[in-house]
Structure formats: structure tokens, C-alpha cells
Design a protein around this ligand. Sequence first.
Ligand code: DON
Length: 316
Amino acid sequence: MGTNVTASRGPTGADLDVVVEQVAQDVAGLADQGAVATYIPALARVDPAHFALAVAPLDGPPAAVGDADTTFSIQSISKVFTLTLAMQRFAGDIWERMGREPSGDPFNSLVQLEYENGKPRNPFINAGAIVLADILRTCLDDPLSELVQLVSELCGEPVTVDGEVALSEAETGFRNRSLANLMTGFGNIHGDPQAVLDIYFAQCSIAMTPAQLARSLGYLANDGVDPRSGARVLSAEKARRVNALMLTCGTYDAAGEFAFRVGIPCKSGVGGGVVGIVPHHLSACAWSPRLDQTGNSVQGRAALEALIDRTGLSVF
Ligand code: DON
């Protein structure tokens, strides 16, 4: 890792511009490590050479390097938004239907679900997100439109679902269908499992840029208030809990490694995006499509690690 500039805690403006450029250099040597996700064919067609880091500080202008304005498939990062929407709109108790513990298993594992009577460990593994989609169907007339509207408001620009990716997910989503059917058998999916999966596949197929993702998550760095519009998205307590779940469960069976190396709440997706939150300082998104064995972006994780190293902004 380079050592020429180490910014003081919480750099802004020109300092932050320098830091993101240096982070890009720090991780350039990892460009050929890992492999693009192929189990969803539409994702396999993405150019593996993309790289971006976008940072949205609470107290200054955004900084970015690389392909920060190129759209990509946000995949499991969408689970942060569906949890947020459910926390906003569901009057019942989400936690009767899923837990708040790391799974220690791959994100699409079926094994634990059988042992634990169809109750997912947390909202960020696929099973938990599928239950969240079911919950949203019970409290909203058109959950997908409401989700797209929420995300568009948060990033300040209209976002859309990539229909080709959604179709590709639906055609190859055998494990997700198994999860939904198993949980229906246990009584933890209340609606039509196919309709629930349609929401889940579509949410994963939302297309956003790294810059949009970084700024859309500002509310998690700002005690639940969108720092750009001033609108309250979640109570401070709920925002804190989303951050806690991201730290412990947001990167699946690599959550310990992320906490050890990066040291901030993170959420990843198999499109190669990783978002990170530094409470009271910034939200960030790194993107690089090549993944490690746990489904996390190799350069994405390294970029957030380098960002935190250089800024000293670990939560620990
Ligand atoms: O359901 C799936 O397998 C994908 N649509 C999303 C998985 C994902 O992004 C997990 N992340 N690392």
C-alpha cells in the first residue's frame, strides 16, 4: 500500500480527491484477481475491468475515481433498501420472521434454514431478503414501485430495474425458488412465493452508479436523515440498527473478515458493488465486478480497506 499521503481524520474537498486517487493506485495490482459472477448469465457479460470508488462525505463535496458514473447491478445491496422500506412502513415485528445473527454460511445456503425451521438468520442473506419481500407485499400495494421511488429519492435521480438482469435472475434462480418454497412450507412466506420472488429478482436488478449508491446511503451516516434533502428516512435508532446488521451480516460468511480488515458497516452484492458507512462522516461505494469465493468484490473490499486506512475512519 502506498504511503505518500495519509489524510487526517475525515478529509474533505481536495484532500479527499487525493485520497480516492491514491486508493485506486493502492488496489490496481488486484485488477486480475477473482472472477465475475456467472450463475446469473446477464452478470457474466459485464466487463471485469471496471473499477470505481465514490465517497459522499456529510460535510463536503463528493469525491470519486474510475467508473463512478457507470450503472451496474446493485444485487444484494438492494437488501439495505428493502430493510429500510420495511422499517418505515411495516407495522408488525420484522424480527418475528427473521433473526439478527450472522449466518456464517454462503448467502444462498439452504442448510441452516432447514435446521432453523424456515426462519432466516438475518435480512441480508437471500432467505431473509425473500421474507422481507413477502412482508413488503403485505403492507404496500405496489412494493416494487415504492422501492424504486425510495431509492430514486435517496440518490436524487430516477433509477430503474434492468429488465434483462431480472429475466436472467428469474430464469436461473433455482436456489432462490428452493428457499422461497422451503420457507412457504414452514409458514414463513405468507403470500404466493412466485410473486414474492418477482419482487426479489427485480430489486436485485436495480441499476445504479457507484456515485448514486454512495450518496443514497447518506442517511445511514447521518442518524437516519438524508443529508441532502433533510428528510428523515429512518429514526436514529433504526439507522443505527441497520448499520449494526451491515457490520455483522452485510457481507455473509466474510463479515468477520470485513470487520477485521475494513472496520465499518458494509453491504456487498454479486454485481461487484460494496457500500460502506462511516457514521457521522461519510457513505461510500466501491465497485469492481471480480468476486472472491464468498461473492464479495476483491478490489471493492480492498478499496474500502485502503480508504479507511488512509483516513483513519474505522469505527473501532
Ligand atoms: O439472489 C441472488 O443470488 C442474487 N440476485 C443476489 C446475491 C447477492 O448479491 C449476494 N451477494 N453477495
